[in-house]
Design a protein around this ligand. Structure first.
Ligand SMILES: [Zn+2]
Length: 343
């Protein structure tokens, strides 16, 4: 055991921890991430990594990964498994927080050149180990907080990464941001993608994550046949609520709520939000409470939104939104939604 995270080689010390429920396994991990290597049965083939729970409220990939490890199998290649923010997943209930108030987002700390925090040192140490693991591919499993189809996010638009992405899902989102995510850091070594397995807390989404893992581990990565994703979108803009504006989804404007967003906007994810759609309401005379930025963080708010004299917030151009969330916490901790373009 190291100071910053648990480290397991093979099943010997790991097996007893896997008894009991998925929540019992979190208890056994006692608030620290875990990095596991299951040695391959052959020498030579490149290693593969499955990451999960970088966000503590996203349980689907974690449940699938624990079930995989319980089966105790070996593969021709080394299998690495990373279990991320155990502390957030086991604080104030189970799988209740993306990250805790005293933490950073564990998927925004990878590849920081001079780590300033314990979490960044932890990420740096894990990345150092993975850099010498001869990784050939990596899949990082996530959930969304709103309704979305299953999709893969690729940080790099190259043939190998797109093939890996299409092995996981039919829909692909190209991620142009530089945000210190795990997949961005790993893409320096191997094709690396994130897979979004729908809403958390649903058995069928853990089952989907298990199918992704199965396809990933059984594929001959050098010979994935040429099936391409059926739909490719590129993230172009990020929309958030201005920091100082207290807001809610649904309900009425009050002394404590300066912006009410329409609930169920997530129904538009990967569909279309048409020009003229009213997505929320602020007080008459209020200034625009939303902010949109492009991938270079330039302000593009006026291009997409306007506010009427009576406080209606109107979309001014047809857009394809993705990852529209339905919670205030997720909006604060990531954003309200992203605007994409077909690629
Ligand atoms: Zn996530």
């Amino acid at each position: 055991m190291t100071e910053l995270y648990h480290r397991f080689e093979g099943y010997d010390l790991l097996k007893p921890l896997l008894d009991g429920s998925h929540e019992d396994v979190l208890v056994a991990l006692a608030g620290k991430p875990a990095l596991i290597r299951i040695p391959g049965t052959e020498r030579g083939p490149g290693a593969r990594l499955i990451a999960c729970l970088l966000h503590g409220n996203e349980d689907s990939g974690y449940r699938a990964a624990v079930d995989l490890l319980r089966a105790g199998a070996h593969w021709p290649f080394d299998l690495w498994v990373l279990v991320g923010n155990v502390r957030a997943a086991s604080s104030e209930g189970w799988f209740a927080h993306r990250y805790l108030d005293d933490q950073e987002d564990f998927n925004r700390v990878w590849g920081a050149i001079r780590p300033t925090t314990r979490m960044r040192r932890c990420a740096g140490a894990i990345l150092d180990e993975l850099a010498s693991a001869n990784l050939h591919a990596a899949v990082d499993l996530h959930n969304n907080t709103g309704q979305n189809p299953f999709y893969t996010i690729a940080p790099v638009n190259d043939a190998e990464t797109i093939r890996l992405a299409s092995l996981c899902c039919d829909t692909l989102l190209l991620w142009g941001q530089r945000a210190l995510t795990l997949m961005e850091a790993l893409s320096a070594y191997c094709p690396a993608v994130a897979v979004e397995c729908g809403l958390p807390g649903r058995l069928e989404h853990a089952a989907f994550a298990a199918r992704v893992i199965d396809r990933f581990l059984s594929a001959d990565l050098g010979n994935i046949d040429g099936h391409a994703p059926s739909r490719v979108l590129e993230i172009r803009y990020r929309v958030s609520v201005r920091r100082e504006v207290p807001f809610a989804f649904g309900g009425a404007l009050t002394d404590d709520v300066d912006l009410v967003l329409r609930p169920e906007l997530d129904a538009h994810n990967f569909g279309m939000l048409l020009a003229g759609t009213v997505i929320g309401r602020a007080s008459p005379g209020a200034a625009m409470p939303l902010v949109a930025t492009d991938m270079q963080r330039r302000d593009t708010t006026e291009r997409f939104f306007r506010i009427t004299g009576s406080g209606d917030i109107v979309v001014t151009e047809d857009v394809i939104p993705v990852m529209f969330t339905t919670t205030v916490e997720q909006t604060r901790r990531d954003c309200l939604f992203y605007v994409t373009r077909p690629s």
